[in-house]
Ligand binder design. Structure first.
Ligand code: GTP
Ligand code: SPV
Ligand code: MN
Length: 597
């Protein structure tokens, strides 16, 4: 018999039905209490799902290792299941709901035998805020429960909210056999339902994150006239104490976390800027009654990339992960602390690698290749409140006002350090044509451009042509729409070195962006948009080589003419669904490039 701490019939019926399908030994409701969390940690330790880290040096911290073939999102096993294939669009894998339920039901059947089913009522966004959405995740993984307690707001308040709203996203997860051949990440936007089976990796199983807050939420947002985006949110406190907020969309592992919590560089210290971190991955945005755009971060934790995190690249994160953190797939040192490639300090002499094998510094595999201590996509889960730059407005139901929308990607050659779009419609074109170049570290041709519009290619839960239409419509709903910019921290010189120092120094670019938002500087008009006059980027305290800034800001006509081809090919995939405004923007860009010197 299941005990129910709720009167909501929908919730009771659904939990009963899913328990019947998965056949757990028992059902436990997660109440968000510290006492229950401690019990779960103890059980997870006893079952070796997590390892306790050094209690003095890393209080409240644990290490978890996933299966070796379960270390990142599996996009080819991720589906949007709508009645009509066309609604999922060429940007998604599609399965019919009927076929998908059938296929997954066979794997879920009896999958929780011998295990406990945990019921996690969670809120994305502050409970009760107009922005927020409720979900309930059923899972047989304690690791998932412990992560969800960090990443979302969990507990009894949420159950009360469900009784009020009589509505929630139904999220079902089972590790099952952790078999990649029986792994499916299914989204049913028409049923407000997510089914994930056969994985234990973050983005596949913390269903409040990419599955609910992006794929399902983007579908809801279109109907309800708001935006669910793969964006960081940060506040920049200006010398006069005024705080301006910006949002920025960069593809996965392209610097959102770093930018969201940057520490102002030495050279700009005298100006007295201060950064406030609201979010590092997801933004939900609405038009307020004043006609401007406001944003919240639906999450309450970071699920950040570990490798490369050190006190030079991201001092605030180094501080953040000193307590209450779950590390996944990093190296375990003999003193029960952790390490990853690109961490502070010396490379440890030895340890246990992310696969649980003995490891020593300089270790090579049979082919002579270095064996990594931490997986390149190893991550940490930690409450945002641990971050020294956490915004004091995190719990505000209203969110923060957005002054600028920033898009960005990894472009070795093409895109200048920063440019500003001419208006909202042109800005949507800039976002929709976003791309990142593959690096040598990835499969595929080096330098090959992968289109990743608005950094949402893996996360848009419906036909992307309709998503572009939605973005265009949102601009019309605003009295004062934010300005739209594009940045590129990754431009390289002839010798293949980054020309821009990046990280903390990116504040210099944000400063120009805010100056443009407040009409404080003029800019240079080019065929692709407005580019800064070099003198308007404050370089106090850094020395770039002669002419480097000019090169960083250069718009090379030939390169952009070449880019037009890629854009045309990409747009053509959407056939007649692509908004005509975007073809107009394409033609105008093409025309401007032709007539410019
Ligand atoms: P997800 O969590 O996957 O969505 O990604 P994210 O956008 O938050 O990525 P993150 O900030 O963790 O990206 C880290 C990668 O970007 C690392 O390889 C960093 O070295 C690199 N990076 C971040 N900022 C800069 C920068 O300003 N310049 C350069 N050259 N690299 C940067
Ligand atoms: C990303 O890949 O963009 C992430 C990590 O933020 S995950 O939650 O695993 O998708
Ligand atoms: Mn992300």
């Amino acid at each position: 018999m299941i005990k129910f701490p709720t009167h909501n019939k929908k919730l009771k019926d659904w939990v009963t039905k899913m328990a019947k399908l998965c056949q757990p030994d028992e059902v436990v409701w997660i109440d968000g209490s510290e006492a229950q969390k401690i019990i779960l940690e103890k059980e997870a330790l006893a079952n070796e799902e997590i390892i306790q880290l050094n209690k003095e040096k890393l209080p409240g911290c644990f290490l978890h290792r996933t299966a070796i073939d379960d270390v990142a999102r599996t996009e080819h096993l991720t589906f949007i299941c709508t009645k009509k294939k066309h609604d999922a669009g060429p940007n998604n894998n599609w399965m019919s709901p009927k076929a998908a339920y059938k296929k997954a039901r066979a794997i879920f059947k009896g999958a929780m035998r011998g295990r406990t089913m945990y019921v996690i009522p969670f809120s994305m966004g502050p409970v009760g805020s107009e922005f927020s959405k409720i979900g309930v995740e059923l899972t047989d993984s304690r690791y998932v429960v412990l992560n969800m307690l960090i990443m979302t707001r969990v507990g009894e308040l949420v159950l009360k909210q469900i009784e009020k709203e009589d509505n929630f996203t139904k999220c079902l997860h089972s590790k099952a056999e952790l078999d990649i051949n029986k792994r499916l990440i299914l989204h049913f936007p028409e049923d407000n339902t997510i089914w994930s089976v056969g994985s234990g990796y973050g983005g596949n199983v913390l269903l409040g994150k990419k599955c609910l807050s992006l794929r399902i939420a983007s579908h809801i947002a279109r109907k309800e006239h708001w935006l669910a985006e793969h964006m960081l949110i940060m506040g920049i406190e200006e010398p006069n104490g005024h705080i301006e907020y910006v949002v920025a969309a960069f593809p996965s592992a392209c610097g959102k976390t770093n930018l969201a919590m940057l520490v102002p560089p030495e050279g700009l210290k005298v100006k007295g800027y201060r950064i406030w971190t609201v979010g590092d991955d997801i933004a939900w945005m609405r038009v307020d009654s004043d006609g401007t755009l406001w944003a919240i971060n639906p999450e309450s934790g970071f699920f950040g990339v570990a490798p490369g995190t050190n006190s030079k690249t991201n001092p605030n994160m180094v501080e953040t992960v000193k307590k209450d953190t779950i590390f996944t797939n990093v190296l375990l040192k003999s003193d029960k602390t952790v390490w990853w490639e690109g961490a502070d300090g010396e490379v440890p002499a030895n340890g246990i690698d992310w696969q649980g094998r003995p490891w020593k510094s300089g270790l090579k595999d049979v082919n002579g290749k270095p064996v990594l201590g931490a997986h390149p996509n190893s991550r940490f889960t930690v409450p945002i409140m641990n971050c020294p730059s956490a915004s004091f407005r995190l719990e505000q139901h209203h969110g923060v006002p957005v002054s600028a929308v920033i898009f960005g990607g990894r472009r070795e050659h093409l895109a200048p350090l920063v440019y500003e779009s001419f208006n909202w419609q042109h800005g949507v074109f800039v976002g929709s044509t976003m791309a990142s170049e593959r690096t040598a570290a990835q499969v595929g041709q080096v330098g090959e451009v992968r289109r990743d519009p608005m950094a949402m290619l893996p996360f848009c839960g419906y036909n992307m042509a309709h998503y572009f239409r939605h973005w265009l419509d949102m601009g019309k709903k605003m009295k004062k729409a934010p300005k739209i910019f594009h940045v590129n921290w990754f431009r390289m010189d002839e010798s293949g070195k980054f020309m821009w120092p990046g990280f903390t120094e990116n504040l210099r670019v944000l400063e120009w962006i805010l100056d443009r938002c407040n009409n404080r500087v003029e800019a240079y008009k080019t065929p692709i948009g407005y580019v800064p006059y070099p003198a308007d980027i404050d370089l106090t305290g850094i020395s770039l080589s002669d002419g480097a800034l000019e090169k960083l800001l250069e718009v090379r006509k030939d390169d952009w003419v070449g880019e037009l081809k890629g854009i045309k090919k990409f747009f053509s995939e959407f056939k007649k669904d692509l908004p005509l405004e975007l073809w107009d923007e394409y033609e105008s860009l093409s025309q401007r490039l032709k007539t410019s010197e």
